[in-house]
Design a protein. Sequence first.
Length: 295
Amino acid sequence: MVFQSWGDVASLRTGLEPGKMHESLRQIAVEGRKLGFSETGGGRRRGAPRGPDLGRGTRTAPHSRCMDRIRLDMHMHTEYSRDSRVALADFAELAHKAQLGAVCVTDHDTIEGGLRLREMDTGLQVIVGEEITTADGELVGLYLKDKVPPGLTADRSIDLIHEQGGLAYVPHPFSRNRRRHLRRSALERVAPKLDIVEVFNAREVASSSNMQALAFAREHDLPGGVGSDSHRPIEIGRAYVDVEPFVTPEELLIALRGGKVTGTLSGIGIHVRTWVDIGRKFMRTRVGRLRSSAR
């Protein structure tokens, strides 16, 4: 993905109330100018560093908005994540309603959801992934054949991802509302081994967190990813990148350099509902175990 102007950066909708929208867009505009975007829509300033790429892919996905582009959401959860309410049986219909053509299924510490979805006749291009709970914070692996066990260091997890031909993708690296994001010291340490940095996550409560991620991607010349981080049906389609059709991971890297980002922040309320969902799942599991032991 390359933002052609500061206006492209400002087009990342914040999901804020109208009264706060202008303040947020002013902040984004300032950050965009710092990163080398022109304010007149004329592209980068001469001599400014090149914009961030997004990058690395299964078979060509169906086209979404126009014949030569597809919508790709690079961070999504299904019922196989402990905190998600998106049933696998409903996933494809919801994705098609959002006009998505390709999806990265990144359930917590499992690849089962992605594998099962890929086996279904959905008409979607499915990239199997996993949001791994490493000892240093969360890390996403894409194009996985085998699960990466949780609890390892970020360095070891990246090695296991690469050994199976996958991509190491850091989600929400500067999040203010998530405790398990990759720690800054670990992020800097593993930066040379990373493939992608998530530069827009719809579950961030502050747009500045995404802007920091974008700046980090540029500083380290890393491709940028875009994801709704959907855990509930209503979130699917909140963030995606329009790219040219791709087949291989390398082709996706190239396609993402010309990608166009669309995103809306989901707001703090969606996190509250997720915490309630986790509590309900825990109680159902506990009640089920008590009933089983009483028999």
